[in-house]
Design a protein. Structure first.
Length: 380
């Protein structure tokens, strides 16, 4: 694996292959302990969160039936925004990762859960669980890295079109659930390669279309119609709630993979990758958000993005518990544990988007646009 070459800017140049394998074994031990301890407390937690979310959503939608009155609009919109964030982040994302499959509850299982999102669960699981988590921050393999529309590394070839990436990123943030659906479809790549007539691709597009229709019918037709004279204000409230949910989830995801200190990797760096090296890539390619317990719940515990990428199938509430052990491992082996408050991490991620929209002051690119350095991670 290229990542263990002894290069001056390699953040793990001081580690030997044996060190990396020991790190892998220590992380396996942490994972196995949590797997052995999973049980009723974890099941009770997710059931409580689901009950709270559903109560909040139903209550907020009831209040919005009277959204013609400003206090009702504010309270209902805020409640619906929180309910949608909880459903996507702490509930949907984590259930679809299989974190609660051990419960053997057919209603709370990765194979049966469908979430409040325009992207069908099965398509999201493929692009996120199978691809993103396998190829975390590998340039050209992990489409989560820039969502296929942004330059994310200084060694990537710059094109004038990159000048617009702050705008693309903002638009993507506002309509994030639709961006995710397009990303799950690999829409740009499939259309570019002329696969629009491929039966499998067309079936996936139809599935997304059906999901969008269901979401639009629920949010923008049925609920507003039930509001009677409050139709327009309920419509605006639901749109606002979806906008808030999209901006929040986009910010959380950005903080997990884009801030200063997070590494990216070349394709060649994962050839022959061992389990210890895979763990190390997750450690270097993720960042955390520090904050309160409420913040962690509202992020779906993706504020512990490092721990989530190390152990994506562990119950999310366990990440805060094991984070000190993971950080101690970082410290013991001289690795940087990237974390910071939400405002700092959001600002750092956006600054990188803006900075990489501009050409480098001094080019380090090869003629074909492949990073000139053989080292991975590239250290943006």
């Amino acid at each position: 694996m290229t990542v263990i070459q002894k290069k001056p800017d390699n953040p793990i140049a001081h580690l030997s292959a044996a060190d990396i394998e020991i790190i892998g074994k220590e992380l396996d031990a942490i994972r196995n302990r949590v797997l052995a301890e999973r049980g009723e407390a974890d099941a009770r937690y997710i059931r409580t969160v689901i009950k709270t979310q559903r109560t909040l959503e139903v209550g907020s939608r009831a209040v919005l039936l009277f959204s013609l009155f400003p206090p009702a609009w504010v309270v209902g919109t805020l409640g619906l925004s929180i309910a949608k964030i909880l459903e996507n982040m702490e509930i949907g994302h984590n259930i679809l990762h299989g974190q609660y499959d051990f419960m053997r509850d057919p209603k709370i299982h990765s194979t049966t859960w469908e979430w409040d999102h325009v992207s069908p669960a099965d398509q999201w699981k493929h692009s996120h669980n199978e691809l993103h988590h396998r190829y975390t921050n590998v340039l050209g393999k992990d489409n989560d890295l820039g969502y296929g529309i942004m330059r994310v590394d200084e060694d990537q070839r710059w094109h004038p079109m990159h000048l617009g990436q702050p705008l693309w990123n903002f638009v993507n943030a506002c309509f994030f659930e639709y961006g995710i659906a397009a990303y799950d479809l690999e829409l740009g790549r499939n259309l570019q390669k002329g696969r629009h007539r491929d039966p499998a691709f067309r079936a996936r597009v139809r599935a997304v279309g059906r999901k969008i229709r269901r979401q639009v019918l629920k949010d923008y037709v049925i609920h507003p119609l039930l509001s009677g004279p409050s139709f327009l204000t309920t419509l605006a409230a639901t749109f606002t709630a979806n906008l808030i949910r999209n901006l929040w989830s986009h910010s959380v995801i950005m903080c997990g993979h884009f801030p200063q200190g997070v590494e990216t990797f070349e394709k060649t760096s994962i050839e022959g990758e061992t389990r210890g090296e895979w763990y190390l890539r997750q450690m270097l390619g993720s960042a955390n958000i520090s904050g309160s317990r409420l913040l962690h719940i509202m992020t779906g515990n993706l504020s512990f993005q490092i721990e989530h990428h190390l152990f994506p199938d562990l119950p999310s509430k366990r990440y805060q518990e094991i984070a000190p052990q993971v950080r101690a491992l970082f410290d013991r082996y001289g690795l940087k544990y990237t974390t910071g408050p939400l405002p700092k991490q959001v600002a750092s991620a956006w600054w990188k988007v803006i900075r990489l929209s501009l050409p480098n002051r001094r080019s380090t690119q090869s003629a074909d646009g492949v990073p000139a350095r053989s080292l991975a991670p590239t250290g943006v």
